[in-house]
Design a protein around this ligand. Structure first.
Ligand code: ZN
Length: 373
C-alpha cells in the first residue's frame, strides 16, 4: 500500500541514466553538493538499498555526488492537499504509520512520529558501514569531510521537521527534538497550527505567542528556522525576530513563478539579510516548469534578488511532487546552470557550497549546549 502510494505521488519525469556535457560531468565531480529538502524518511523504504521508487536513497545520493541531504520528517498531512486552503482535521500520515507498523504512540500524537523517524535515520546510519552519517555538530561535519576526502562513496544526512505541530503544542519540546538530532524546523506545513500560519492554511496568520517562544528556543538550541510553507505573516514575524540565519528549505520565488506558496522578493531578501539561504524547488509550482532549465531560471532569478551567497537547492525529492530527475541526475542541473551563464565558482556555491558555509556557521559544536540558562 505504502509503496504504491509513493510510486503514484513521487514521480520522476525522466528515468536515469541522465545525459550531461563532459564539462558539466567534470565540474559536478568536484562539487560539494547539498540538497535542503527530501521526504525520503516517510515512505518506509530501506534507504541503504537502491530503490526503484522515489528519488533518494544512499546509493543514488552517492551516485549523484551528493555530500549532504536534508531528511525531513512530515508528521501530519491533510487529505486532498490543496495549495490554497487546508485545515488540521484530516491526516494521511497516520495511515502510513499504521501500515508501516510504527509504534502505537505514533498513532495519536505527533512528537512520537518525529522521534520515530529520527530513530529510523539513525538506525540506517548505524548499519550503513559508514556510507551514511547523520550530522548533528560541526565536529560531525569535520569528521565526515575528512572521511569523504579519502572515500567519495559516502554521504550524509541532516534531520529536519516539516511543521512544528510535531511538538504537540508544547514549545519546550524543542529541546526533545533537538536532543533527537533535529537541526531545522518550519513553524507550519500544510495547515495553520498552534505556532504559526501556513501559506496553505485557512486563516494564514502570523507567529503565535507559542510560535515566538518556539523560535527563541530553536535559536538557543542552534536549530535553523525554516520558512518553507509559512504564511506571509509568519514569514514577516520570523524575519523580524530572528537573531540567527533563517532558511527557506524548499521554495520558489513569486517573481519567477507566481503563487501563494512562493516567496516575494522582499521575503527572499529578508532571508539573505539574516545570512540564510533559499533552497529552490524542483517541482513545477516552485520553479515554474518541468525541467532543469526551469530550475536554473528560478535560481538565476533568486541570485539576482538575494545574492549568490544565499541560493541553494531544495528539491522536495520524495515529497509527493513531480521532479525532472532523481538524485543521480543532479549533474543535469549543473549542466543547466552552465548553460545559464554561471561560472564554476558560482555553481559551486549554489549546488552546495552555501549550505556547507551555513552549517559550519550554525551547527552546534557539541551535541548539547551546556551554556547557562
Ligand atoms: Zn514541503
Amino acid at each position: 500500500m505504502v509503496g504504491r502510494t509513493e510510486a503514484r505521488l513521487c514521480v520522476t519525469a525522466a528515468a536515469p541514466p541522465y545525459h550531461a556535457s563532459d564539462r558539466a560531468r567534470s565540474l559536478h565531480e568536484r562539487l560539494w553538493v547539498a540538497d535542503l529538502h527530501a521526504d525520503s524518511l516517510l515512505w518506509g523504504r530501506d534507504l541503504l538499498k537502491k530503490g526503484s521508487r522515489g528519488q533518494v536513497d544512499v546509493p543514488r545520493l552517492i551516485e549523484g555526488n551528493v555530500a549532504l541531504q536534508v531528511l525531513a520528517a512530515t508528521t501530519q498531512s491533510p487529505r486532498h492537499l490543496d495549495l490554497e486552503r487546508n485545515d488540521h482535521r484530516t491526516d494521511d500520515v497516520v495511515l502510513l504509520a499504521i501500515a508501516q507498523g510504527w509504534p502505537p504512540a505514533t498513532w495519536r500524537r505527533l512528537l512520537p512520529r518525529a522521534l520515530h523517524l529520527a530513530a529510523r535515520a539513525d538506525a540506517m546510519a548505524a548499519r550503513s558501514d559508514g556510507r551514511l552519517q547523520i550530522l548533528r555538530t560541526t565536529a560531525d561535519l569535520a569528521a565526515y569531510e575528512a572521511r569523504r576526502a579519502e572515500n567519495r562513496a559516502i554521504t550524509a544526512g541532516l534531520l529536519a521537521i516539516e511543521g512544528a505541530h510535531a511538538l504537540d503544542r508544547d514549545p519546550a519540546n524543542v529541546d526533545v527534538v533537538a536532543d533527537a538530532g533535529y537541526r531545522m524546523m518550519s513553524p507550519s506545513h500544510f495547515f495553520d497550527n498552534a505556532f504559526g500560519g501556513s501559506a496553505h492554511g485557512v486563516t494564514k496568520g502570523g507567529l503565535t505567542d507559542l510560535g515566538r517562544e518556539m523560535v527563541a528556543r530553536m535559536e538557543a538550541r542552534s536549530m535553523l528556522v525554516d520558512i518553507a510553507h509559512a504564511s506571509p505573516a509568519t514569514v514577516d514575524d520570523v524575519l523580524a525576530m530572528a537573531r540567527r540565519p533563517v532558511v527557506a528549505s524548499h521554495t520558489g520565488l513569486r517573481g519567477a513563478c507566481d503563487n501563494t506558496r512562493n516567496l516575494t522578493d522582499a521575503h527572499a531578501r529578508g532571508v539573505a539579510e539574516t545570512g540564510g539561504v533559499l533552497g529552490i524547488g524542483f517541482w513545477p509550482t516552485a520553479c515554474g516548469g518541468d525541467d532543469a532549465t526551469a530550475i536554473a531560471q528560478s535560481i538565476r532569478y533568486a541570485v539576482d534578488i538575494a545574492g549568490i551567497e544565499h541560493v541553494a537547492l531544495g528539491s522536495d525529492f520524495d515529497g509527493a511532487v513531480t521532479v525532472p530527475f532523481d538524485a543521480t541526475g543532479l549533474v543535469v542541473l549543473t549542466d543547466a546552470l552552465i548553460d545559464s551563464g554561471f561560472g564554476d565558482d558560482d555553481i559551486a556555491k549554489i549546488m552546495g557550497g552555501n549550505v556547507r558555509r551555513l552549517l559550519l556557521d550554525v551547527l552546534p559544536d557539541r551535541p548539547r549546549s551546556t551554556a547557562t540558562g
